[in-house]
Ligand binder design. Structure first.
Ligand code: SF4
Length: 281
């Protein structure tokens, strides 16, 4: 939560972008275990719990969830995503391609960073319809399929005959990515090098991010080569864990939860299984 100020009042929101909207000034993040008591224009901060031994902030906020115009964990999200793209380009140095194409919208900043670093021109060659919401939170596969098809359209004139680096922020089930690569092939793309600005997601989140169960995560049950074949791409690259942490934190890679990439949870996870109704299916 972000604490902000609007005239003499305090305001709270989950992201700074909401504060910008009402012209409030962001003051600071609410600290772990902190209780704020706000009465009129007075505020009291209480810290009744023992201090946290280490922070475990969700790195996925920087990768995908937060809005690019927000500042999260002291960093602008757009800048963090650009840095993720730069880091990816460094790890893929020498890749031969004609254009860098983002999967919009959350892949755009990373693609700009990739393009900056690699000097491969950036092209908005996939156009997103803003009338369809995020696909991975749709309740059924049928709805997700329909949403994916409606959501992104290739710009054939830009793509035909090209070798492209396709940038996405993450791959969850792989079904959306596969639809995109199929539509790119149909548009006449010559080579697709899929580059992901985060490591493979191998484990579910139990901290409130609605990710699928292990068995539904493509990277949980398949090798890199199997995923590459499933997605029908010429090559597949994921950003390394170290590269992601360094880029997301702007040089300070400490204090993040990375459990969905590492299976190392910051708290004990026994045999917890989220009820089906709470999960993406
Ligand atoms: S498991 Fe992944 S999505 Fe969940 S809090 Fe940790 S980093 Fe974020």
């Amino acid at each position: 939560m972000i604490l902000g100020q609007l005239d003499k009042s305090y305001v709270l929101a989950s992201e700074t972008s909401a504060l910008n909207l009402v012209k409030a000034r962001a003051l600071r993040e609410v600290e772990p275990g902190e209780i704020l008591v706000i009465e009129g224009s007075r505020m009291k901060s209480l810290k009744p719990f023992k201090p946290v031994e280490r922070l475990a902030r969700c790195v996925f906020e920087q990768i995908y969830f937060a809005r690019p115009d927000s500042n999260i964990f002291g960093r602008n999200v757009q800048a963090a995503r650009r840095d993720l793209g730069r880091a990816l380009a460094k790890e893929m140095r020498g890749i031969a391609a004609d254009i860098v194409v983002p999967v919009p919208d959350s892949g755009v900043a990373a693609a700009l960073g990739f393009s900056d670093e690699s000097r491969i021109p950036f092209e908005m060659a996939l156009v997103r319809s803003h009338y369809v919401s995020r696909t991975f939170i749709k309740p059924t596969q049928e709805l997700r399929d329909l949403a994916a098809e409606l959501k992104l359209a290739p710009v054939i004139e830009t793509l035909k005959g090209k070798r492209i680096v396709l940038i996405d922020d993450s791959i969850v089930r792989g079904t959306t990515s596969r639809k995109i690569t199929k539509s790119l092939r149909a548009a006449g793309v010559r080579e697709i090098h899929l580059a992901v600005s985060s490591p493979p997601i191998v484990s579910p989140c139990y901290y409130g991010i609605d990710t699928p169960r292990s068995g539904e995560l493509i990277a949980n049950r398949n090798s890199l080569e199997e995923i590459r074949k499933f997605l029908e791409v010429d090559s597949l690259h994921y950003l390394s864990l170290e590269g992601m942490l360094e880029a997301a934190g702007g040089g300070d890679s400490s204090g993040y939860c990375t459990a969905c990439f590492t299976k190392i949870y910051p708290t004990p996870i026994s045999d917890y299984q989220a009820p089906r109704s709470q999960q993406i299916t």
